[in-house]
Design a protein around this ligand. Sequence first.
Ligand code: SAH
Length: 479
Amino acid sequence: MKRNAQAKQKNNGIFQKNMELELLIEDMGVDGEGIGKKEGAIFFVKDAVLGDRVLAKIMKMKKNYGYARLLQVIAPSPYRVEPRCNYHRQCGGCQMQALDYQKQLEFKENKVKNNLKRIGGFRLPEDIPVIHPVIGMEKPYYYRNKVQFPIGTDKNGKIVTGFYAAHSHNIIPNRQCFLGEKVNEKILDVVISFMEENGITAYEEATGTGLVRHVLTRVGFRTGERMVCLVINGKSLPCAEKLVEKLRTIEGMTSILLNVNRENTNVILGREIISLWGKNFISDYIGNIKYQISPLSFFQVNPVQTQRLYEKALEYAGLTGKEIVWDLYCGIGTISLFLAQRAKKVYGVEIVAPAIADARQNARINGIENVEFFVGKAEEVLPEFYEKGCWDAQMEDMLHPDVIVADPPRKGCDEKCLETIVKMQPGRVVYVSCDSATLARDLKYLCEGGYEVREVQMVDMFPQTTHVETVALLTRKAP
Ligand code: SAH
């Protein structure tokens, strides 16, 4: 009785767990969930689309908001479309397949603008005069050049592959993903029947036993070169020659590899690569720069949109051939090499040593000599150089660059890194971001340090999901 009374007091007694209610979806949350309001309470309904009228069941109720499960779409939104994938609701990969693509782009634009306002404290449009509409894709499917499929066993002991359900490691069996290439289905068929025919076991996370953990596929969109890499919890794959025999007949196959990962961890890849057949890498191009990509390298997954993003970053860098540029968080040197074509010198910084080895190799194969790469944390390498001070003309240039590009991971830049950027006083800062919340935070810091945001361009690198990539141009305010 007492507990009931408390619950009633919490939400005015109107809404309780398991209650069914009708809602009009008026907005969408940052994770793509529908938002509806009733009697002063807000409800988050996964899989409901902006404009839907739905019947939903309350799963969890807080003081003035709750989470509800979509039971039925009573009147579909004009923006609701037929999703291609039958598993889009269970699978954690796509959050917005049921929403019209143009609306997805609007959603992303609003998400970035809201973060700039709320977290960055920017007034729009006064503080950022130009925010371009998101660059979307003409064909927002089959855009990924890399897919990692987990392998497991179902209740009946059958080997399964597919994708993890949202926030879990339960595999939703599905060999046909509409974000990756169609041929992946064939690759998975070959791998699974090979495992079945030869008694090869699937890895079990709970016990740490079993052999095959993941199948990674990679393709060069421009070159057509294809890689398959089996991640195994062991040192070798029995009967590997039978797998090779089948896989190598798939069009474009250039590389069949094993990756050894014997750790009980969520990290997909281990460090060791064993070649089964062909090269250890594939090649691909962005613009006219050729990149070698190993299974362990970070390479943007949507090459079509990456080119658009990098072209924008290049435009924002405003290069004429005379400039000194730093490319922070440079990975395998993708942006650095793109910029080096039009700069005097580019310095790249990246924390992962093998990525820097790839970056140097990529510079070599493209005959690009005006780049230099450093292994280390951006927030350590940059301040170390700056604090050492100048002792010659080259150092003088290096410490006073014309442009600094930063493309950090989701958590954004460390404050020490931002502080050093401000001290170095480049005329331009080009900030490439995959998380607009940390972007907004870091732009605020830079603006307090004497910069102003001139332009923002969003690029949809991940259609059907809630993610969006953003590039911002900042310039130094006249003193
Ligand atoms: N600019 C590259 C990579 C961007 S992803 C491209 O477009 O392909 C972000 C990169 O930052 C990753 O390669 C990651 O390894 C690296 N990284 C993460 N933390 C870092 C840090 N503190 N300092 C330098 N690099 C870091």
